[in-house]
Design a protein around this ligand. Structure first.
Ligand code: PMP
Length: 380
C-alpha cells in the first residue's frame, strides 16, 4: 500500500511473463501501436503525441523540459513538495532561469500568486505537480493550465502520482505535456516513462533555434519511432522494453474497458471514505484541507507520542506495507499510503485494520474498529 510501485493486476503480471519477442516482431509492433493509441484515450488527448520510453518517471520529467526549454528561457515551478524541487533542478540543468513558487507544507500556491508571477515576465513554461507524493497535496491543473494559456506559457503536468487516478482532461484543459511513470496509477511494474505532448508543444520543439541538450531523451530520436509503431511499421532507435510495453498495453486496456471516468470516480470515492475513516479516529492529514487532498494517496501525521518506525513495523506484521515520510522538513513525523490503480475495498479495509491494531498496541486513545466501520458505511 505504498504510493508506488503499486501492486499490479494479475493479468498485467502474466503479460510481463510472456515470451520476450523481437522488438520488430509483428505481435510486438501491434502491442506498441495499440499502447500508444490507448494512451491518447486515457490522457483524453486525441490530438496529442504519446511517447513510451524505457526509463522512470524522472526521465519523462526530463524529456518534457529538455525538448521545450532553450538556455536562458524563463520557467516557473509551482511546488507543493519534494517533486517541485526536482523540477527546479532539472530546469536549471538545461539553463533555464527558474522561479519557484513554493507552497507551505500541506498547502497549494494560490491562483492569484501564480497570475501575478506569470504577468511579471515572459515565461516559456510552467510545471505543476498534480499530486506531490511527498505531501499528498492535490493541485488544480485545470485552473493553472487556463492561466498558462492566458499568458502564452506552456504547461507541463507531472502526473506521476496522478495520471489515471485523478481527473485529467489534457486536451480540453489545454495542458501541453502530461507525464507519468508506469508504476503508479497506470498499474505496471516500474521502468516506463510515459508522456503525451500537445500539438503546440510539438510545434514549439520543432521551432527551436538551438539543439536539444539531451541525447537519449530527444524528441528528434523518438518521435519517428512512435510514429512508425503507431502506423504498425518496425523501427529502431533504442531497444524498447518489450515485456513492459506488452504489460502496459494490457493495463491500459483494462483501464480503458473500465472507462477512465469510472476509474477516476472510484479513486475519489475510496479516497473520500478513507480520509473520513482516519479523521474519525483523530488522525491528521498533511494536506490542510480535504479539498486539496489527493485521491491516489494519503499522507498522515503520526499522532503525538507514536514512534513511526515501530508503528510501521507493527503494521507490516498484518501484511500491509506503508511508506514513511519523504519531505525533508517533516520526514519522521508522518507516513504515506497509496490507494491507486487496481485497488479494492478489501485492500483498504485491511490497511485500516492494520493501522488501528498498531495504534492500539502503542496505547493511542481511540474507539477500536471505528475507522473500518466509517469506511464501510461511507461506501454503503
Ligand atoms: N513525480 C512524482 C510526483 C513522483 O511521485 C515520482 C516518484 N515517486 C516522480 C516524479 C519520479 O518518478 P520516478 O521515481 O519513477 O523517477
Amino acid at each position: 500500500m505504498i504510493p508506488g510501485p503499486i501492486e499490479v493486476d494479475p493479468a498485467v503480471l502474466r503479460a510481463m511473463g510472456e515470451v520476450t519477442t523481437s522488438h520488430i516482431a509483428p505481435n510486438f509492433i501491434e502491442s506498441f501501436g495499440n499502447a500508444l493509441k490507448l494512451m491518447r484515450k486515457i490522457w483524453l488527448a486525441p490530438k496529442g503525441q504519446p511517447f513510451i520510453i524505457a526509463g522512470s518517471g524522472t526521465l519523462a520529467m526530463d524529456m518534457a523540459v529538455s525538448n521545450l526549454i532553450e538556455s536562458g528561457d524563463n520557467a516557473l515551478v509551482i511546488s507543493t513538495g519534494y517533486f517541485g524541487e526536482r523540477y527546479k533542478n532539472i530546469l536549471a540543468t538545461y539553463g533555464a532561469n527558474v522561479t519557484v513558487l513554493q507552497a507551505e507544507i500541506g498547502e497549494t500556491v494560490s491562483l492569484e500568486k501564480i497570475e501575478v508571477e506569470l504577468s511579471s515576465k515572459d515565461y516559456k513554461l510552467l510545471t505543476i505537480t498534480h499530486v506531490d507524493t511527498s505531501t499528498g497535496v492535490l493541485t488544480d491543473p485545470k485552473a493553472i493550465a487556463a492561466l498558462a494559456q492566458k499568458y502564452n506559457t506552456l504547461s507541463i503536468v507531472d502526473g506521476v502520482c496522478a495520471t489515471a487516478g485523478e481527473e485529467t482532461q489534457q486536451e480540453t484543459w489545454g495542458i501541453d505535456v502530461v507525464l507519468t511513470g508506469s508504476q503508479k496509477a497506470i498499474g505496471v511494474p516500474p521502468g516506463l516513462a510515459l508522456l503525451v505532448a500537445s500539438e503546440k508543444a510539438i510545434n514549439v520543439w520543432k521551432n527551436r533555434t538551438t539543439p536539444v541538450q539531451n541525447y537519449y531523451g530527444s524528441f528528434t530520436n523518438w518521435l519517428p519511432i512512435m510514429q512508425a509503431y503507431e502506423e504498425r511499421r518496425p523501427s529502431y532507435f533504442g531497444t524498447p522494453p518489450v515485456n513492459l510495453i506488452r504489460a502496459l498495453e494490457v493495463s491500459l486496456d483494462l483501464i480503458n474497458t473500465e472507462g477512465i471516468e469510472n476509474r477516476v470516480a472510484t479513486h475519489i470515492t475510496y479516497a473520500k471514505a478513507f480520509r473520513k475513516a482516519v479523521q474519525a479516529i483523530g488522525l491528521q492529514l498533511v494536506p490542510k484541507t480535504n479539498d486539496i487532498a489527493a485521491n491516489t494517496m494519503t499522507a498522515i501525521y503520526y499522532p503525538e507520542g507514536i514512534d513511526g518506525n515501530s508503528f510501521r513495523k507493527d503494521i507490516s506484521e498484518y501484511g500491509v506495507i506503508l511508506a514513511g515520510g519523504l519531505h525533508a522538513e517533516i520526514k519522521t513525523k508522518y507516513f504515506r499510503i497509496g490507494h491507486m490503480g487496481a485497488i479494492t475495498k478489501s485492500d483498504i479495509v485491511a490497511t485500516l485494520s492494520a493501522i488501528e491494531s498498531a495504534l492500539q498496541k502503542q496505547n493511542y486513545n481511540f474507539e477500536f474498529g471505528k475507522s473500518v466501520g466509517i469506511f464501510l458505511s461511507s461506501l454503503a
